[in-house]
Design a protein around this ligand. Structure first.
Ligand SMILES: *Cc1c(COP(=O)(O)O)cnc(C)c1O
Length: 507
C-alpha cells in the first residue's frame, strides 16, 4: 500500500473542481434553481472534498485494509468470543424472503419467518434448560436489564418490595453492576477467593445480614477467569433459600454449549449473546441480540411482543397482549404484569437468522462438541505458554485462559506492550487488564473454530515476544512498528475525541 498517497484523509486528497459524479439537471417545472425554500438553504457551500472516483475507491478500500476482523486472522479477544461467522449464515440472513420483510406485515404473510423466530426461542430454551425465551433485547447488557426487570416484577407481584439488592461477584463483567444500577437496584459485591471462584463464606455472611433484601445474585459460570464455579449448586440453593433469584450471565455460553445447562444448575433467569456464542458478528457497535430466558413460572413477566404458535388455527402469531397465554402462566403468578416492550418490534431479526443457521448447521450432535473443543483449545494454549507467561491460577480452565503478564518480571515489559507487539505480527490482541483481579491480566479465548496450526503459530509468536522482552525490551515497549499508526494516547482519545477534519485543523 502506498501510504503517502492513500494514508491521507479524503480532504487532503481533494483537488478543487475535480469531480467523480454527474447529476441530472434540476427537473423542477417552475425552473427555479432549487426546490428547497430559501430559508432552508445554507449560506455558503459545504466544505466537501472534491475527488475523482478512482481516488475515492482506493481511499476507502485502503482504509478497509487497515481494519482487522476474524476473517483476516486470529482474534483471541477473551470474554468477547470473536467467533467465525460461517458464510452460510450471511447468505441466509440476506435472502430476500427474510431481508425484505416489513415488521408490520400481517402474520399470515410471513409464517416462515415467524416459524424460524419461534424455533429459535425453543432451541435456546432447550440449550439453556429453561422454560421460555424472549428474543427482543438487542444486546447482552440490554438482556441483563430486561432480566433484572423480570426479577423485580416477580418480587413486586408478591408484594415483596424490600428486595432491592443484587449480589455480584467482584470478577463480574462491568455490565452486571451497571445493569443493576440502571434497574434501580443496589449492587452488593461478593468477594472472590485467591483461586478466582466465589467466596461462599462471604456470600453466606451477606445473606445472613440482609437475605430478605436480596432480589437476585448475578453470576457468570465459568466466571470471567474461565473457571467453572465448583460450588455453584450450593450457591444457587443458598440464594433461593433466602428468597432471591439466580441470574446467569450467559453472554458467553461457549464453554457449556451441549455440555451442561444453566437451568439445571438452579438459575432462574439468564441472557445469551447471540453475537458471541452463536457466531453472529459483532464489534464496532454492530447489531446484537441478547435473548432472555426464564424458568417455569416466570414466563408471565417476560416482555412482549412474543411469537407464539396458535394450536387451533395452526398459525404462528405475534402476541402483543400484556398478559401471556393462560397455558404458559403458572398458578401463583396469575395476576402478574408483563413488562411491556423493551425494544422495537421483535428485535434484530437478521442476527437471529444467523444464530439459527449456526445451530442448525451444527445440529443436535455437533453442538455438543463446541464446549469441549473451545475448552481444549484454551487449555492447550495455557499449558504451552505457562513457562513464559505467569499463570496465576492452576487447574483446568474452560473456554478462556487468563495470564498475569510475562513470567519474567525483571524486565518492565507490560501486558500492554505484549498486546501492541502482537499487532506487529498480524494478530488481534487478547483482552487486556480485564478481569481486574490481576494487575497485568491477559485474557485469551481461542474459540472452538481454530485449527491446531493457527493456534501453534500464535503460541510461537507469544514465545518470540517473551524472548524479545528479555533480549530487546525497547523493541516491545515501543511497539507497534508495522501498523499505520503507532501508540495512541487512549485516555486523550476517549476524553477528547476529534471526529471532524475541520475541527482538527482549527484546534
Ligand atoms: C460481552 C459481555 C456482556 C455484555 O454484552 P453486550 O452485548 O456487549 O452488551 C456481558 N457479560 C459478559 C460476561 C460479556 O462477555
Amino acid at each position: 500500500m502506498n501510504r503517502t498517497l492513500y494514508g491521507n484523509l479524503i480532504f487532503e486528497l481533494s483537488k478543487k473542481g475535480r469531480k467523480g459524479y454527474s447529476l441530472p439537471q434540476n427537473y423542477d417545472r417552475t425552473h427555479s434553481t432549487s426546490e428547497l425554500p430559501e430559508a432552508l438553504r445554507r449560506g455558503e457551500a459545504a466544505r466537501l472534498p472534491e475527488c475523482d472516483e478512482l481516488t475515492v475507491v482506493r481511499h476507502y478500500t485502503n482504509l478497509s485494509h487497515n481494519n482487522f476482523g476474524v476473517n483476516d486472522g486470529f482474534y483471541p479477544l477473551g470474554s468477547c468470543t470473536m467467533k467465525y461467522n460461517p458464510v452460510i449464515n450471511e447468505e441466509i440472513a440476506a435472502m430476500k424472503a427474510f431481508a425484505g420483510l416489513h415488521p408490520l406485515q400481517p402474520a399470515e404473510t410471513c409464517q416462515g419467518a415467524l416459524e424460524v423466530y419461534y424455533n429459535l426461542q425453543q432451541s435456546l430454551a432447550e440449550l439453556a434448560g429453561l422454560s421460555e425465551f424472549t428474543l427482543n433485547p438487542c444486546a447482552g447488557a440490554h438482556g441483563e436489564l430486561t432480566g433484572l426487570m423480570v426479577i423485580r416484577a416477580y418480587h413486586e407481584s408478591r408484594s415483596d418490595e424490600s428486595r432491592t439488592k443484587v449480589l455480584i461477584p467482584d470478577s463480574a463483567h462491568g455490565t452486571n453492576p451497571a445493569s443493576a444500577a440502571i434497574c434501580g437496584l443496589e449492587v452488593v459485591e461478593v468477594k472472590s477467593l485467591p483461586d478466582g471462584t466465589v467466596d461462599v463464606e462471604h456470600l453466606s455472611q451477606l445473606l445472613d445480614e440482609a437475605g430478605s433484601q436480596v432480589a437476585a445474585m448475578m453470576m457468570t459460570n465459568p466466571n470471567t477467569l474461565g473457571i467453572f464455579e465448583p460450588r455453584v449448586l450450593e450457591i444457587t440453593e443458598m440464594v433461593h433459600k433466602a428468597g432471591g433469584l439466580m441470574y446467569y450471565d450467559g453472554a458467553n455460553l461457549n464453554a457449556l454449549l451441549g455440555e451442561c445447562r444453566p437451568g439445571d444448575m438452579g438459575f432462574d433467569v439468564m441472557h445469551i449473546n447471540l453475537h458471541k456464542t452463536f457466531a453472529t458478528p459483532h464489534g464496532g457497535g454492530g447489531p446484537g441480540s441478547g435473548p432472555v430466558g426464564v424458568r417455569k413460572g416466570l414466563e408471565p413477566f417476560l416482555p412482549t411482543p412474543r411469537v407464539v404458535f396458535n394450536e387451533k388455527d395452526k398459525l404462528f402469531c405475534v402476541n402483543t397482549a400484556a398478559t401471556p397465554l393462560a397455558t404458559t402462566a403458572h398458578d401463583d403468578s396469575a395476576d402478574a404484569s408483563a413488562l411491556g416492550s423493551v425494544g422495537s418490534f421483535l428485535g434484530n431479526f437478521g442476527v437471529m437468522l444467523k444464530a439459527y443457521a449456526y445451530i442448525l448447521t451444527l445440529g443436535r450432535e455437533n453442538v455438543k462438541n463446541v464446549g469441549p473443543l473451545a475448552t481444549l483449545n484454551a487449555n492447550y494454549i495455557k499449558e504451552r505458554l505457562r513457562d513464559d507467561y505467569l499463570l496465576p491460577i492452576e487447574g483446568l480452565c474452560k473456554h478462556e485462559v487468563v495470564f498475569d503478564g510475562l513470567a519474567d518480571k525483571s524486565t518492565d515489559v507490560t501486558t500492554m506492550d505484549v498486546a501492541k507487539r502482537l499487532l506487529d505480527y498480524g494478530y488481534h490482541a487478547p483482552t487486556i487488564y480485564f478481569p481486574l483481579l490481576f494487575h497485568e491480566s491477559l485474557m485469551i479465548e481461542p474459540t472452538e473454530n481454530e485449527s491446531k496450526e493457527t493456534i501453534d503459530a500464535f503460541i510461537d509468536v507469544m514465545h518470540t515476544i517473551a524472548n524479545e522482552a528479555k533480549s530487546d525490551p525497547e523493541l516491545v515497549k515501543t511497539a507497534p512498528h508495522n501498523t499505520p499508526i503507532g501508540r495512541v494516547d487512549d485516555v486523550l482519545a476517549a476524553k477528547h475525541p476529534v471526529t471532524t477534519y475541520w475541527k482538527s485543523l482549527e484546534g
